[in-house]
Design a protein around this ligand. Sequence first.
Ligand SMILES: Cc1cc2nc3c(=O)[nH]c(=O)nc-3n(C[C@H](O)[C@H](O)[C@H](O)COP(=O)(O)OP(=O)(O)OC[C@H]3O[C@@H](n4cnc5c(N)ncnc54)[C@H](O)[C@@H]3O)c2cc1C
Length: 296
Amino acid sequence: MSVTDLPRFDMVHPESLEALCTLIHEEKERPGGVAMLAGGTDLMVEIAQTGSRSGPLPLVVDISRMAPLRGISFDAGRLRIGAATTYLEIERSGLVQQHAPLLCRMGQDVGGPTIQARGTLGGNLATSSPAADGVAAIAAYDPVIVLRSVRGERQLPLAELQTGYKQSSRAVDEVIVAVECDPPPVGSPWIWRKVGTRLAQAISKVAMGGVAVVDEGRISRFGLALASVAPVTCLMSATRAYVLENELSAVSTAGLDAAVERDVAPIDDIRSTRDYRVHCSRAVVRAFLRQLGASV
Ligand SMILES: Cc1cc2nc3c(=O)[nH]c(=O)nc-3n(C[C@H](O)[C@H](O)[C@H](O)COP(=O)(O)OP(=O)(O)OC[C@H]3O[C@@H](n4cnc5c(N)ncnc54)[C@H](O)[C@@H]3O)c2cc1C
């Protein structure tokens, strides 16, 4: 498929966040709906598929250059990444490199250079795919998602945004404005692992983001999330609890593996088998705990 094969669709460019919210509210009932275009790397695939079924096409609303949705800031310990910030901008940001290096590393593994130059964190969140790399990485920082609509602004923890496979509690007329988190102190340990068929342009069999703070043989902060092992990004609550409840010297391979197995619920599909995904989940979590000093 080339760009000339795409069906023709209408596109509008609202000039402000307020105008965007009004537009997506007023147009939400139209046949085909309204779709925001950030990088377009998921949306253009959807539009091509809809066009090939002769279904009604959405009104496309370009949000890619909307200033309130763009940019990265760090203030009073809080990192804010605008939803329309691209992976390339995240990778190149000195603030992200300093405070959330895991996100820079993750960005290098999304698609290839063209996808990294266009694709955005907000688009990754909105698509609600359990294989979303950006969501697994930011989830390790326990973020809140900032949403805006004609009804005002609200902030949701990721766990409340994700409601099921490719489903979310975001209303159709709500825009993701930004993702905010309080990263651990500069220099804290982190990990990013993506297990796929090849290094680029591969959706993960399993991907994992993790951050930690270790104080005198004990882990005092532990953020962990896995992609492609459950219907939504898996926030690994049993594993987090096990690690936080035990001294590092008491973390055992059997105890850790059992916690991981309680958290993940993968399926067999064209990319992997359930059993291999469980194996990889145990292996990547153990690798992080070894990095933190546990004998597993
Ligand atoms: C070749 C290829 C390789 C890829 N590889 C990977 C990969 O390795 N890892 C990975 O995780 N993904 C991958 N993807 C998927 C895609 O690139 C990512 O999900 C990307 O982050 C989507 O962002 P986008 O800005 O392009 O979203 P868009 O395509 O612009 O939008 C996607 C959906 O989200 C909605 N949306 C976008 N922004 C907002 C917002 N701010 N508020 C509300 N709704 C919004 C849109 O309306 C649309 O429905 C790949 C895609 C392709 C085509």
